[in-house]
Ligand binder design. Structure first.
Ligand code: NAP
Length: 246
C-alpha cells in the first residue's frame, strides 16, 4: 500500500475520471475507482494504474445510490486503508430545451451529477475530519458557471456542486480538509464525441485557444489541487476551458 494513501475517483473508467486516476497513480497514490457499467474500459484503466506501481481497486457503484456509495467506501477502506482524497468525476448529460425536457431526465441528471457528488462527499468527510486531513475535488462544468441552452438540468446540477462545495469547504477548513471544484469547458471524451460537426464548430468559435481540451488538461489541475502544493487553496471553482466565453 502507498504511504500517501488512496484516492477515490468516481467515473474513473473513462474520460476525465480515467485521466485523473492515471495521473494520481503516477503521483504515487493507490487508486479506487467506480463506474456504472465499467466493462473493458475499467479493466484497461486498472491495468494501466497497476503498471504505475500502485494498488488499484474498482467496482461498479451507482453514485446516485447512497447505500451503494457507503458500501463502496467501506470496502475501499478495508482493501486500501485510509482514504486521502476524493475526486467526483462521474457525470451524465441528457440534453433538451426545458420546454421538451422529461421530468425523468431532469431527475436523472440531478441525481447523478449533484446528489452523486453529495453521496460521496458525505460518505468520506467524517473520516477526513477525524484524521484532520483530506482533499476533495469535484468536477463540474462551465455550464454551471454560465448556463448552457438545452442543459438546464446539467447547468443546475453543476451550479449546485459549486454552492455545495463552497459551503462544505467552510465547514471543514478548520479540520484540515480542503474542497475545490474544477469546471472544464469542452474536453475530448465519449461525452463530447457525439457532438455533430456544426456543434463542434460552434464550440470552437467560443474558445479563444481554438482547440477542444484533452482529459489531461483537467487531470493536471486535479493533481495540483490534491497535492500539498495547493495547501492554502480551498473553496475555489477553477475553470479549465481554453478561455471560453459564452
Ligand atoms: P464520460 O467519458 O462519459 O465518462 C463518464 C464516467 O462516469 C464513466 O466512467 C461512467 O461510467 C461514469 N458514470 C456515469 N454515471 C454514473 C453513475 N450513476 N454512477 C457511477 N459512475 C457513473 O464523461 P467525461 O467527459 O469524462 O466527464 C467526466 C466529468 O466531467 C463529468 O462530471 C462531466 O459532467 C464533466 N465535464 C465533462 C466535459 C466534457 O467536455 N467532456 C465538460 C465539462 C464537464 P460507465 O462507463 O460505466 O457508464
Amino acid at each position: 500500500m502507498s504511504e500517501q494513501g488512496c484516492v477515490v475517483v468516481t467515473g474513473g473508467s473513462r474520460g476525465i475520471g480515467r485521466a485523473v486516476a492515471l495521473q494520481l497513480a503516477a503521483d504515487g497514490f493507490d487508486i479506487a475507482f467506480c463506474y456504472r457499467t465499467g466493462g473493458a474500459a475499467a479493466e484497461e484503466t486498472e491495468k494501466e494504474i497497476r503498471e504505475l506501481g500502485v494498488e488499484c481497486y474498482h467496482a461498479p457503484c451507482d453514485v446516485a445510490d447512497l447505500e451503494s456509495v457507503q458500501a463502496f467506501v467501506k470496502t475501499v477502506e478495508e482493501k486500501l486503508g485510509g482514504i486521502a482524497g476524493l475526486v467526483n468525476s462521474a457525470g451524465i448529460v441528457k440534453d433538451n430545451p426545458m420546454v421538451l425536457m422529461p421530468a425523468a431526465d431532469w431527475h436523472a441528471v440531478i441525481d447523478t451529477n449533484l446528489t452523486g457528488t453529495y453521496n460521496f462527499c458525505r460518505s468520506v468527510v467524517f473520516g477526513f475530519m477525524k484524521r484532520r486531513s483530506g482533499v476533495i475535488v469535484n468536477i463540474s462544468s462551465v455550464a454551471g458557471v454560465f448556463g448552457n441552452p438545452t442543459q438546464s438540468n446539467y447547468s443546475a446540477a453543476k451550479s449546485g456542486i459549486h454552492g455545495m462545495s463552497r459551503a462544505l469547504a467552510k465547514e471543514v477548513a478548520g479540520y484540515g480538509v480542503r474542497v475545490n471544484v474544477v469546471a472544464p469547458g469542452f474536453i475530448e471524451t465519449d461525452m463530447t464525441a457525439g457532438l455533430g460537426e456544426k456543434a463542434r464548430k460552434a464550440a470552437l468559435g467560443m474558445i479563444p485557444m481554438k482547440r477542444i481540451g484533452e482529459p489531461e488538461d483537467v487531470s493536471d489541475l486535479v493533481s495540483f489541487l490534491v497535492s500539498d502544493r495547493a495547501a492554502y487553496i480551498t473553496g475555489q471553482v477553477i475553470q479549465v476551458d481554453g478561455g471560453i466565453a459564452f
